[in-house]
Design a protein around this ligand. Structure first.
Ligand SMILES: Cc1cc2nc3c(=O)[nH]c(=O)nc-3n(C[C@H](O)[C@H](O)[C@H](O)COP(=O)(O)OP(=O)(O)OC[C@H]3O[C@@H](n4cnc5c(N)ncnc54)[C@H](O)[C@@H]3O)c2cc1C
Length: 388
């Protein structure tokens, strides 16, 4: 019997497992396959260093600035003045195993090749997770269960919380290798005239991550393979990646939550939902790695409190939903959702306007970056300038 059973050893699950294990709790961390590379752009905000100081000295590619383009190719470039704000770009296969190993070193027991398929129930109470392991069925029992196995979670289906297509963004991305004209210190994001964007994020050794996606109803209007091909062949993009023979290291298509946190369904009796499974992804930028880690950390703190108080009911676990960091993310994502709708109005022209204003005003420049990419709340002044 474990104190806590976590399904999903992605960034959210690994952080949750690490925090609990460090405090001496017995944790089972279940994953269907740790050799899977999570489809992702792999851009990680500097906020993560607070939760993983080890990453500062790890060998991931450092990023010191960002170039953003509106649909009509209005450019906006920004370089962080302070090196503390530099982010990193990562290959998720390497990165996720880096975070998992930190959880294992802290004492969590990892169960790989286990596909979580259902809850174990006794007398109508959930008491664990049932998995498929090779041809067997296994059961991992625990006082508290944490669902952190991403957007396609089978456990979410069992809870009746599966998202419909309009609540999602779909994106296709690849890691490629070969000589290119990218500035290796800068990430580039290309907003589109439809609700979506493309990106090119440099990695070390002439590699780069390239991708494109569309959100909500626009996903139904536009074929993902076509917009991806159009994006790569676009003449502006070809300036950065002019060759036709890039080595494709990996390619995938995957959904991500597009409407922010599902705040009404974050916790039940002896159960919490974290990371992508709960919608911890910015509705405007698709940034979800740092928010997922924050949710994993907050859920671990709530679980520790509940077990120590010997009360694992939803009344105690609501501490997770009302954790100050989780509250802040929920509030900011709500505003981001509004801003996403506004930004893509008139075929994305509001983003051009934002970039035009930013060229003229330094404070505004910072606000554009923080609002579009890093889930900060825009000031009233920012919104007023945009409207008029
Ligand atoms: C195309 C794309 C691009 C993105 N780009 C960025 C970006 O550049 N920067 C950023 O910050 N965010 C980005 N995101 C979002 C980011 O990938 C997620 O927010 C983040 O990975 C969420 O972490 P997580 O731990 O909640 O879930 P995941 O990373 O999805 O991890 C879930 C884990 O659960 C395991 N699992 C799944 N199903 C089961 C099961 N049934 N049983 C057991 N284990 C299971 C998986 O193997 C995986 O290890 C992107 C997402 C997509 C789809």
């Amino acid at each position: 019997m474990y104190d806590v059973v976590i399904s999903g050893a992605g960034p959210a699950g690994s952080k949750c497992a690490e925090v609990l294990s460090k405090r001496g709790f017995k944790v089972a961390l279940i994953d269907r396959d740790i050799s899977w590379r999570k489809p992702c752009g792999g851009a990680v905000h500097s906020r993560i260093f607070k939760y993983y100081p080890q990453l500062r000295n790890a060998k991931f590619h450092q990023i010191s600035g960002i170039a953003m383009y509106s649909a009509d190719y209005h450019q906006f470039k920004y370089k962080w003045k302070d090196t503390r704000y530099y982010g990193i770009t990562v290959d998720r296969l390497e990165f996720d195993n880096f975070l998992r190993n930190i959880a294992i070193d802290a004492g969590a027991e990892l169960f790989d090749k286990n596909l979580s398929i259902d809850f174990v129930t006794r007398n109508k109470r959930r008491i664990g997770i049932k998995t498929k392991y090779a041809n067997e069925t296994k059961e991992y029992l625990g006082k508290i269960i944490i669902v952190g196995d991403g957007i396609n979670s089978k456990l979410l289906n069992k809870l009746g919380l599966r998202k419909n297509i309009e609540e999602l963004m779909f994106a296709k991305c690849a890691i490629m290798e070969g000589e290119n004209n990218l500035n290796e210190d800068f990430m580039s994001i290309f907003f589109k005239s439809y609700k979506g964007y493309g990106w090119i994020f440099p990695l070390s050794d002439n590699k780069f991550n390239i991708g494109c996606g569309s959100m909500g109803k626009d996903h139904l209007k536009y074929n993902l393979n076509s917009i991806y091909t159009d994006f790569i062949k676009d003449s502006e993009i070809q300036n950065y990646i002019p060759r036709s023979d890039y080595k494709k290291i990996w390619e995938a298509t995957y959904p991500l939550p597009a409407l922010g946190v599902n705040e009404k369904n974050l916790y039940l009796d002896n159960l919490m939902i974290i990371g992508d499974a709960a919608g911890f992804v910015s509705p405007i930028s698709g940034e979800g790695i740092s928010p997922s880690v924050v949710s994993g950390n907050a859920a671990a703190e709530a679980a520790i409190y509940a077990i120590e108080e010997e009360d694992i009911s939803n009344q105690t676990l609501k501490k997770y939903r009302f954790h100050p960091k989780v509250k802040k993310i929920i509030r900011n994502f709500k505003l981001n959702r509004y801003l996403a709708d506004f930004s893509f109005e008139h075929k994305g022209r509001n983003i051009s306007k934002m970039f035009e204003l930013a060229q003229k005003d330094d404070d505004y420049r910072e606000e554009v970056v923080d609002t579009l990419l890093f889930n900060n709340t825009p000031s009233k002044d920012f919104l007023l300038k945009l409207k008029y």
